[in-house]
Write a protein that binds this ligand. Structure first.
Ligand code: UDP
Length: 326
């Protein structure tokens, strides 16, 4: 069978590198563009890595003129919500305007389809839970708005130029490669599971637990943690869906199950056999009490079936990666 060639933009980052791994395992040809501002070349387990900014029309023109791609995955973005509030220009430039450069280049060279990394942050404060794709979008910060604007651009480009796309709204990406070759490593790190595990290993100060007065059963925030390998498998199904004539669209990716911050901390203690060093802090601004996905549309339409639905296993993989990486 003829293998495909895919372009992965931001493929040296946390989620992108897990997609590259999955594509390589399926013997696909992969070209990765990453400027390594946040990702790492060592996270790219195969394929051809081009170290370059993707927001460069001449560069994209040369690339698209010289190589054929059967699809593009776009992961490269700025992701720190608090920074987006202080420096929105950076987010609209890197996440929104740069993606417009990509969309126009893809349009002019007739390259497609595109799978885009969106986020549950487009929903804002939930009006009901679990959240399906029909839930109104009302992002609470420039990060969420910078991604939602891309979703609007994608829909407009699809109707004007027939450019096919799928936007995947991730809930909380977590876990690591089960063989601990790659995993989560952000700088700055803001995510609960790596911060809790690195507090245990002594690499970081005690975890600050943000808010114990939410309207949830134990007072701490509830989130839907989804294994990064399950996110990767959804991307592959999404591109095949489009290449097999499926319609463009938007899908939630989550586990349909919420865990409180306290439950995550208890699970981290169980998995590692050590208590999480903790301090208690006020609520972090902009954190909704509960975010849980209804991901039934992705399951029904794409045939997606997450493999790692147990939080113990997700944290076991993250812990093995932390140990391998320290
Ligand atoms: N959280 C926390 N301490 C931290 C980081 C996160 O208590 O140092 C909480 C945060 O308030 C949220 C949950 O953990 O309720 C998940 O946060 P994370 O930043 O991992 O993901 P988000 O849901 O913000 O995308």
């Amino acid at each position: 069978m003829k293998k495909s060639t895919f372009l992965v933009i931001g493929g040296a980052g946390y989620i992108g590198s897990h997609l590259v791994k999955a594509l390589i395992e399926q013997q696909e040809q992969v070209v990765i563009i990453d400027n390594l501002s946040a990702g790492s070349a060592s996270a790219v387990l195969g394929g051809e890595l081009i170290v370059h900014d993707f927001d460069d029309r001449e560069f994209l023109d040369n690339l698209f003129s010289s190589k054929h791609f059967d699809g593009v995955f776009h992961f490269a973005s700025q992701i720190v919500v608090s920074e987006s509030v202080k420096d929105p220009g950076k987010y609209y430039r890197a996440n929104t305007a740069a993606t417009l450069t990509l969309l126009e280049a893809m349009r002019d060279h007739k390259v497609g389809p595109l799978v885009f990394s969106s986020t549950a942050a487009v929903y804002g404060e939930p009006l009901y839970t679990p959240i399906d794709e029909q839930h109104p979008t009302n992002p609470l910060n420039p990060y969420g708005r910078s991604k939602l604007m891309v979703e609007h651009m994608l829909a407009d480009f699809a109707s004007a130029y027939n450019q096919k796309y799928i936007a995947l709204r991730y809930f909380n990406a977590a876990g690591a490669d089960p063989q601990a070759r790659i995993g989560e490593s952000h700088d700055p790190e803001t995510h609960l599971i790596p911060l809790a595990l690195q507090a245990i290993s002594g690499k970081r100060p005690p975890l600050q637990l943000f808010g114990q007065d939410y309207a949830t059963p134990d007072g701490t925030c509830i989130r839907d943690y989804i294994h990064v390998d399950d996110l990767a498998s959804a991307h592959i199904l999404a591109i095949h869906h489009l290449n097999n004539g499926g319609a463009s669209g938007i899908f939630n990716l989550g586990s349909n199950h919420g865990y409180s911050v306290n439950e995550v901390i208890q699970t981290a203690a169980r998995v590692t056999g050590k208590d999480v060093p903790l301090t208690y802090a006020p609520r972090r601004p902009g954190d909704p009490a509960s975010l849980v996905a209804d991901a039934s549309l992705a399951k029904k339409t794409l045939g997606w079936q997450p493999k790692y639905t147990d939080l113990n296993q997700i944290i076991e993989h993250a812990w093995a990666w932390e140990q391998a990486n320290s």
